[in-house]
Design a protein around this ligand. Structure first.
Ligand code: SAH
Ligand code: SF4
Length: 374
């Protein structure tokens, strides 16, 4: 059985051809699936019966199985999906006055193993398929249209951020077709500016994304120097910050936005000193057009880390802002249902023994020890 959620429009057209149908039938089928949210071929009334029968024999529209739904007091909604083999993934819908955002997962677990991330602590289980990535949006969009009783043609989600579980650029082959479905006018018709890939900074893959499917880019920075970043985001040891910033500059040539978003998770006593804010300014100023998004750390027991106090975050933001860097502090949403950044956990078998790797010595707290340039 082919899962049609695995296919972008080009691949669906090729599939239709293989079934002996004209390629343009794929557009109709694609619209039934993504725009109308249908999985039942019998209901696709403008498709020839012969095609519907062939589809029923050979294809299906299969999203990951829903196993839990939690709605927060602020309307934030978290869905838990079973993706088989004891693995679960989560997606989060964040309603805002002007838009609706869906935070989508790309992997069950994550191999990068960032110190402050609950997904990272679980280790890596497996990559999601394109259908499992698209299926989160397919499910959420149509579920919300029903719940919010939206009039025909109005969509619930107009912004997608690949900021759920997993490192999207470590699942590149499945990610790119999924992005294409999101962007396709016959699919979800999202603007490139409103689809954001968030990465912990895989330099070679940032270059590939720029060639294959440029969308908005967020880079999880978290530290102003390699010594600290090596500890917080282990893959930094491969390329280092300078190479990462160069890749960001190259990306801007093709990007739909004229800035990169740098995410910076604020960890008490680790990366939140004034001197570290000044080091960040020296790192990026005049080099890469960017905005900073400071994320209050969402603690979880195994991390051994604490959230920076509110005043510290504001002071840090102030230093960046005074240097002319646009800086926002992310409002934490869905706290009461553990749907905030870095709290997505699902139930993932730890196949990489991340918990053992993570029980390394604590991060040194003094900024001088942490290698801040003076
Ligand atoms: N792997 C990608 C995308 C998923 S993580 C990445 O790292 O960018 C999405 C964002 O949540 C990242 O910026 C990440 O640093 C942040 N995050 C992870 N754990 C967090 C936590 N415990 N508190 C706050 N933000 C966290
Ligand atoms: Fe993976 Fe991103 Fe979590 Fe790091 S922050 S462990 S890259 S999901």
């Amino acid at each position: 059985m082919i899962n049609l959620l695995d296919l972008d429009l080009e691949a669906l057209s090729a599939t239709c051809e293989r079934l002996g149908e004209k390629r343009f039938r794929a557009v109709q089928l694609f619209r039934w699936i993504h725009q109308r949210g249908k999985a039942d071929f019998g209901a696709m009334s403008d498709l020839a019966r012969s095609l519907r029968d062939k589809l029923a024999d050979q294809a299906q529209v299969l999203a990951p199985a829903l196993i839990g739904e939690q709605v927060s007091a602020d309307g934030t909604t978290k869905w838990l999906f079973d993706v088989g083999g004891g693995n679960a993934i989560e997606s989060v819908y964040i309603p805002e006055a002007q838009r609706g955002t869906l935070c989508v997962s790309s992997q069950a677990g994550c191999a990068v193993g960032c110190r402050f991330c609950s997904t990272g602590h679980q280790g890596f289980s497996r990559n999601l398929s394109t259908g499992e990535i698209v299926g989160q949006l397919w499910f959420a969009e149509h579920r919300l249209r029903e719940r919010l009783a939206l009039p025909d043609g109005e969509r619930a989600i107009d912004n997608v951020v690949m900021m759920g579980m997993g490192e999207p650029l470590q699942n590149y082959a499945a990610l790119v077709p999924a992005l294409r479905v999101m962007l396709d006018d016959h699919g979800y018709g999202l603007s490139r500016r409103r689809v954001t890939v968030s990465t912990s900074g895989m330099v070679a893959m940032i270059d590939r994304l720029r060639e294959d499917c440029p969308v908005a880019l967020a880079v999880s920075l978290h530290a102003p120097d390699d010594t600290l970043r090596d500890q917080l985001v282990p893959l930094n040891r491969k390329d280092g910050l300078q190479a990462l910033l160069d890749a960001c500059v190259r990306y801007l040539d093709a990007a739909p936005r004229d800035f990169i978003t740098f995410e910076y998770c604020m960890l008490d006593g680790v990366n939140d000193h004034d001197e570290q804010a000044r080091a960040l300014v020296r790192l990026v100023q005049g080099r890469v057009s960017c905005k900073f998004n400071l994320i209050p750390f969402n603690p979880f027991p195994e991390s051994g880390l604490k959230r920076s106090p509110r005043e510290r975050v504001l002071q840090f933001a102030d230093i960046l802002q005074r240097a002319g860097l646009v800086t926002t502090v992310r409002r934490t949403r869905g706290d009461d249902i553990a749907a905030a950044c870095g709290q997505l956990a699902g139930e993932v078998h730890d196949r990489t023994q991340a918990s053992r790797r993570m029980s390394r010595p604590a991060i040194r707290l003094h900024p001088a020890d942490a290698g801040v340039r003076r």
